[in-house]
Write a protein that binds this ligand. Structure first.
Ligand code: AMP
Ligand code: MG
Length: 483
């Protein structure tokens, strides 16, 4: 169903068992105002918003004038939050449906912060402006860093107040995802019984992995594919120093895109135990713990799929365990491969992993900035800063140059390899906070400037200078769930 803006809805999820979702309208917004709309993304989606003025755009992205073909609904799901099972569902989100872009690619379009739903439980269904702008900024940064991610199409202010610890401006984010099917969706479906679970499996395979639909064990094959996709994803997070912050199973999308930008943040000084989220007191979702948590979440996914893997439970457990046991080896191989690129190493030499770990250990011991170090090395020299005069670093640097001499590629190719994976800019916490504080006071210049720079993260240039400096040592940054 195509309309003049270019939305082309063909929503298939609503044909699934009605225990998986509820039709339900966003709360009415009387005076929405447009904060930001993502023109690059809208073009990618085949949309033409040029006929809409700001007011019409605000009405569109507040749900007061939904385009033809939209059928608002919220999805049911469960999840393990910090290890504990809960029945959840979209407590403040409404899907518009599935839009097909001109190439036929299917996307969920979803509101976040659009009011209460049957799954709201104790919440207010709302979102505040600052965390929605944060999601917009960081998800776009991730996209341009080349990390698989859900994206942000628009943010509108609802011109209402949201009560948190303080009174905040309310907002709605429009999120775009390949789908919102989560590990938690399977956990929920399993509780509904084998027919719902089996329906969800068939649907997910058809939508995301159609090449598996003829497989003799679809559930097992799906599990294997999702495992490898999430290994790729977490390796990419590790590459850029991204800490998701709340990797509950309901925040792990089957399509392999980063989802739910709450307390996430980028690491400055390298340390495996880096945590920013105020509620993650045990460091469950710390930087260096992320691969283990992906595996833990995958084990939950596997256990949800068990009845479909084999009717004999013992056999089913054996089959999924055989795959899950490959996690560490597969992760390690991908991670070492990624780190080789960060160091410009071509081919494989026996000492490569040791060389990589030596650098990281030195960085961790000395509290050295992750992004700055690799960016400096990508310039083909020691990074700037007194810390790099350290003897430990000099020793490592000599080993590195010796290893580089074994490369089968030219120096230029090696530097280009490094520059293609080592960002020259990441959304550093202090810069993000500065941009957000100005934005909620009505000054969007810092936000827009930062966003523009983040769209070209691998091209080192002088205008990035003020955004590259590591923060001072004592910078004790904390993030909040923003719910
Ligand atoms: P999250 O931590 O954002 O993944 O949220 C976990 C669960 O809480 C999901 O079911 C959300 O829909 C729900 N939730 C988060 N914030 C709110 C809110 N303000 N009102 C209602 N539900 C919420
Ligand atoms: Mg979530």
């Amino acid at each position: 169903m195509m309309n003049h803006i270019g939305f082309n809805f063909d929503t298939t999820y609503i044909h699934l068992s009605n225990t998986l979702f509820t039709f339900n309208h966003p709360e009415q917004v009387r005076n929405p105002s447009l904060i930001i709309v993502n023109h690059d993304l809208s073009k990618d989606l085949g949309l033409d918003l040029s006929s809409l003025d700001d007011q019409a755009c605000a009405a569109l992205f507040a749900g007061t004038h939904p385009p033809e073909g939209v059928v608002f609904f919220s999805q049911a799901y469960s999840g393990h939050q910090f290890g504990y099972y809960s029945v959840l569902g979209d407590g403040r989100a409404h899907l518009w449906g599935e839009h097909l872009d001109p190439g036929g690619k299917r996307y969920d379009i979803q509101f976040k912060g659009s009011g209460r739903t049957p799954y709201t439980r104790g919440g207010d269904g709302k979102a505040a402006l600052s965390p929605m702008l944060r999601e917009y900024l960081i998800s776009e940064a991730m996209h341009y860093l080349g990390v698989a991610t859900t994206r942000s199409l628009a943010v509108v202010s609802t011109s209402t107040t949201v009560i948190r610890d303080e009174l905040l401006d309310g907002a709605i984010l429009t999120r775009v995802a390949s789908s919102h099917i989560r590990v938690g969706t399977f956990e929920y479906a399993k509780e509904q019984g084998i027919s719902v679970l089996s329906e969800l499996l068939d649907y997910t395979v058809a939508r995301h992995f159609p090449e598996l639909s003829q497989s003799d064990n679809k559930a097992l094959k799906l599990f294997e594919r999702v495992m490898h996709q999430h290994i790729d994803l977490v390796v990419d997070w590790m590459r850029v120093g991204f800490i998701h912050g709340v990797m509950n199973t309901d925040n792990m999308a089957i399509c392999g895109e980063t989802i739910d930008y709450g307390p996430c943040a980028f690491m400055d000084a390298y340390h495996l135990k880096t945590v920013f989220s105020s509620i993650d007191t045990e460091g469950r979702y710390a930087y260096g713990h992320q691969p283990k948590i992906v595996k833990w979440n995958l084990a939950v996914f596997a256990s949800s799929l068990l009845p479909l893997v084999d009717p004999d439970r013992v056999k089913a457990v054996q089959l999924v365990t055989n795959i899950l046991d490959q996690f560490e080896g597969a992760y390690d191989k991908k991670w070492v491969g990624m780190m080789r690129k960060k160091l410009g190493l071509s081919g494989e030499q026996q000492g490569d992993k040791g060389l990589i770990l030596d650098l990281l250990t030195w960085m961790q011991k000395n509290g050295v900035d992750y992004t700055h170090t690799f960016l400096g090395l990508s310039e083909g020299r020691k990074p700037s800063g007194v810390i790099y005069q350290d003897e430990g670093f000099s020793e490592w640097y000599t080993h590195w140059t010796t290893r580089l001499a074994l490369n089968k590629i030219s120096e230029k190719e090696s530097l280009n390899l490094m520059r293609s994976v080592n960002p020259a800019i990441i959304p550093r916490n202090a810069k993000v906070e500065f941009a957000l504080s100005a934005a909620i006071e009505g000054d969007f210049a810092p936000f827009n400037h930062l966003l523009a720079l983040l769209k070209d993260p691998y091209n080192n240039r002088s205008e990035l200078g003020p955004y590259q400096d590591p923060p001072p040592d004592s910078y004790g940054y904390q993030t909040f769930c923003g719910t």
